[in-house]
Design a protein. Structure first.
Length: 162
């Protein structure tokens, strides 16, 4: 599916302490990922002052999210069985176009219902455009770029949808 399987493999490698974080970002940029659509917008969740676009490497990962979501307090009882609409988007489009359009600090969270396979791509230089990165100082010396994406903390299927 457009490199998403390779992305899942690179995430597994990175979580094991292997691979280059910059190559992982490159895999996300090339991958075609699935983003649930709800009420006309992409599914996002707010966590730690960041709006996270929830993306999935394949339909099985999206289904695991739907099952986890159905167990979250306040969720729709049919989340595990209903049909989920989704958009298939290149990671580059999410990072370069969608993140800046949100107008708030935003990143991409991949496969969030997979505790051993989730990965967060935060809104920092080297991942999102500099003009929306939260680690770009307004004045003074420019810090070194981050080491790359971080493993997402456990399943977070309970975010609010936008």
């Amino acid at each position: 599916m457009g490199g998403a399987t390779v992305l899942a493999e690179r995430i597994a490698e990175r979580r094991a302490g292997l691979g280059d974080p910059r190559e992982l970002v490159g895999e996300l940029r090339r991958a075609l990922v699935l983003v649930p659509v709800d009420s006309g917008g992409l599914w996002t969740a707010e966590l730690g002052g960041v709006r996270w676009i929830c993306a999935f490497t394949d339909e099985a990962a999206l289904a695991r999210f739907a099952r986890a979501r159905s167990l979250a307090p306040g969720s729709r009882a049919d989340d595990a069985t209903r049909t989920w609409d989704y958009a298939a988007l290149r990671g580059a489009r999410l990072l370069d176009e969608v993140v800046p359009a949100l107008g708030v600090p935003a990143g991409v969270a991949v496969d969030i219902a997979d505790p051993e396979g989730a990965m967060a791509f935060p809104p920092v230089r080297g991942i999102v455009p500099d003009d929306v990165a939260i680690d770009v100082p307004t004045d003074g010396p420019t810090p070194s770029p981050p080491d790359g994406p971080a493993a997402a903390p456990g399943p977070t299927a309970g975010g609010d949808a936008r």
